[in-house]
Design a protein around this ligand. Structure first.
Ligand code: C2E
Ligand code: MG
Ligand code: MG
Ligand code: MG
Length: 292
């Protein structure tokens, strides 16, 4: 019996692995057509100002509405796009789509709303990036200062000299640079001195430790203090409960994002979100702040 179970288990895993390899190949081929088939969609996660208690911007997050597999998140396909170089055209589409939406929301709701767009290392190294951004900003008439590119520490640390060159060129456009998932990569405070960074995003792994993990709390405190003293904006990711929010607000972390306020929303859901809470924060949260 045990032997059978063992063999079955073994066969199960072995088949699984083969399937997933060929599935991956299929997925990579399908991804190729996702753009022209209009299966890609941007979702938007609200970013909240901790003192003003209002939505001040968004992070654009990519989704693939796969014809048979349902909605896929970037972890399920972005590495395929990076491997095949497809990330360049997908990335350009993301920039256009995000700025098109931003222009609409700025006109309807608030000229100062900003948009954060995630950039992969392949895109950062590609010569077309700055032209793509300049063209999209111009086409949708969006103020450059309302666009932030999110890059990660590891992208920067691979080659500081090259990153420095590329980021200073991008800064010429007037846009902002945010370091995403700050604190989990190969951190070297040294690059903060050399690079034109505007925003630090504290990784959600540290936020998750509030209020119980003393080390996480110490790290959050240190990162907020570091950002403030370097005159950078600081955003905490992954804020899921009111205690975490209140702590970050008390520590004067500028901005937060997370499921407490909203997960990433479709464009139409985002419009409804802004219309419902033009000057304020979600009802769920208002209830927490002002109990009966
Ligand atoms: P990220 O930039 O660090 O984005 C934050 C991720 O955390 C998102 O996952 C978001 O849905 C999730 N999140 C937001 N609030 C919470 C929370 O309160 N708790 C928890 N546990 N998670 C939360 P998502 O959308 O699956 O994106 C994953 C990653 O994929 C992103 O991490 C980013 O690195 C990458 N990505 C997303 N969109 C793009 C894109 O357009 N281009 C590129 N190159 N990468 C993208
Ligand atoms: Mg990000
Ligand atoms: Mg992040
Ligand atoms: Mg991440």
């Amino acid at each position: 019996q045990a032997k059978d179970a063992g063999r079955n288990t073994y066969r199960f895993y072995s088949e699984e692995n083969e399937t997933s390899t060929s599935e991956l190949r299929t997925l990579r081929e399908e991804l190729h057509f996702s753009l022209q088939n209009q299966e890609l969609e941007l979702y938007y996660q609200p970013i909240i100002h901790t003192q003003l208690l209002k939505t001040i911007g968004f992070e654009a997050l990519l989704r693939w509405r796969h014809p048979t597999r349902g909605v896929l998140t970037p972890d399920q396909f972005i590495h395929l796009a990076e491997g095949s170089g497809l990330i360049i055209s997908i990335g350009a589409w993301v920039i256009h789509q995000a700025l098109k939406q931003l222009a609409m929301w700025q006109q309807t709701f608030d000229q100062d709303l900003f948009m954060n767009v995630n950039i992969s290392s392949r895109q950062l190294d590609d010569d077309s990036l700055s032209d793509t951004i300049r063209h999209a900003l111009d086409f949708y008439q969006v103020a450059p200062r309302t666009l932030n590119l999110e890059i990660t520490e590891s992208m920067v640390m691979r080659n500081i000299e090259s990153a420095k060159h590329i980021l200073y060129a991008l800064k010429q456009l007037g846009i902002g640079i945010a370091i995403d998932d700050f604190g989990i990569g190969h951190s070297s405070m040294n690059y903060l001195k050399q690079l034109p960074v505007d925003v630090l995003k504290i990784d959600k792994q540290f936020t998750a430790g509030i209020p119980h993990d003393k080390v996480d709390i110490a790290i959050v405190d240190a990162l907020v203090a570091l950002a403030v003293s370097l005159n950078l904006k600081v955003v905490a990711e992954g804020v899921e409960n009111a205690i975490q929010f209140e702590y970050l607000q008390y520590k004067l972390c500028h901005h937060v994002q997370g499921y407490l306020f909203s997960a990433a929303l479709s464009a139409s859901q985002t419009t409804a979100f802004l219309a419902d809470f033009p000057e304020s924060i979600p009802a769920v949260f208002r209830k927490i702040m002002q109990p009966e």
